[in-house]
Design a binder for this molecule. Structure first.
Ligand SMILES: Cc1ncc(C[n+]2csc(CCOP(=O)(O)OP(=O)(O)O)c2C)c(N)n1
Length: 331
């Protein structure tokens, strides 16, 4: 840590997934370090009241604006796009991994795994840099993102934003590939609703996500999954297990944007999208699930037990306009 801080004056902290027992030590350590933090949803710190003055709110695009010269990563391998940029564009930036597993998550660097609970004893000085202009810019951009979410209510990102404010406090929310993970990080409410966020990262497969969610769901709690349509199609047999899990009730939101729209902003060819016109209604009927189809987020949620499928149909044009205006914010 000392060697890293002797080379890096303006570090950025990126926090990936953390186990509940690691959250306290990591949070206290970061409150002492006092540098900007990009906390992904599965870190459990994205809405931390203790860290609110250091959390980046606007989006990962602000990380490219020349404010940093190195990265401290804590927790699991981050999912944000910027992490991949450390392989090329920012190849010269030092990266310090503070994590319990011996995987750097990059093709460079080796890490000495540390038990994150040791952070409580670690001596750390508060960073002395002036971050005011950075946080002023972050707040300004965050207001612009919020305005966009308000303007394009039928866009996928705004639907995630609205849904995140409706889900009951303390819900377990499982995010399955692809856009739901990135869109939740960008657009979900910043209000502290004490969600427990689950993701399955590592091999990054879109297969097995629904099964993972059913296995992760907990009795007596609100269990929600937000999944892409191809991701759901890859695991249609998953509900066979539910009769063996009689105490859980689940809500699965399938964002049916008619293909792998993750690729629509990466490639021009539509071949990458695997477009389709499939509806999930008869699949829900096959398993005797309650089914609803939404083209807008309702004002409130009806309390439901058992198992429910909600097919969400964002307006593709609104989503396109949203992303276009969002990219224009950073030119
Ligand atoms: C088993 C497997 N096959 C292919 C991929 C490549 N892949 C990554 S994202 C993606 C599209 C996912 O589409 P969808 O679930 O509809 O989510 P969206 O991109 O629309 O958010 C694909 C095919 C993968 N990750 N895993």
């Amino acid at each position: 840590m000392k060697t890293f801080l002797s080379k890096v004056k303006r570090p950025l902290v990126i926090v990936g997934s953390l186990s509940p027992q690691d959250r306290g030590p990591v949070q206290n350590f970061l409150a002492r370090l006092q540098v900007p933090i990009y906390a992904e949803a599965p870190s459990g710190l994205r809405e931390s009241p203790l860290l609110k003055n250091y959390l980046i709110h606007s989006s990962e695009n602000i990380l490219h604006d020349g404010h940093f010269d190195g990265v401290i990563r804590m927790g699991g391998v981050p999912t944000l796009r910027f992490w991949r940029d450390l392989e090329k564009k920012y190849i010269n930036w030092p990266v310090l991994n503070l994590n319990s597993l011996p995987f750097s998550g990059l093709s460079r660097g080796v890490i000495e795994p540390i038990n994150l609970s040791c952070l409580n004893e670690m001596d750390v000085e508060a960073n002395k840099e002036d971050w005011k202009s950075f946080f002023d810019l972050d707040q300004k951009k965050y207001r612009e993102v919020l305005n966009l979410l308000e303007e394009e209510k039928q866009s996928e990102a705004s639907m995630i934003h609205q849904l995140s404010s409706l889900l009951p406090k303390k819900s377990r929310v499982y995010l399955g590939n692809s856009l739901p993970i990135r869109e939740w990080d960008l657009a979900a409410t910043r209000e502290c609703r004490e969600f427990e966020i689950g993701v399955s990262r590592g091999v990054n497969g879109i297969d097995g996500q629904l099964s993972t969610f059913y296995g992760w769901a907990s009795p007596g709690q609100e269990n929600w999954a937000i999944l892409g349509d191809l991701t759901t199609l890859y695991d249609l047999a998953a509900p066979w297990i539910l009769p063996q899990l009689p105490q859980i009730s689940t809500h699965v939101v399938v964002i049916n944007n008619k293909g792998g729209q993750f690729f629509s902003r990466l490639f021009e060819s539509k071949l990458f999208l695997n477009e389709h016109q499939i509806s999930f209604k008869d699949w829900a009927r096959m398993w005797s699930f309650e089914y609803e189809c939404w083209d807008a987020i309702p004002d409130k949620l009806a309390k439901k037990n058992g198992h429910q499928i909600i097919e969400l149909l964002p307006d593709p044009e609104a989503s396109q306009r949203f992303w276009k205006s969002y990219e224009a914010m950073w030119i």
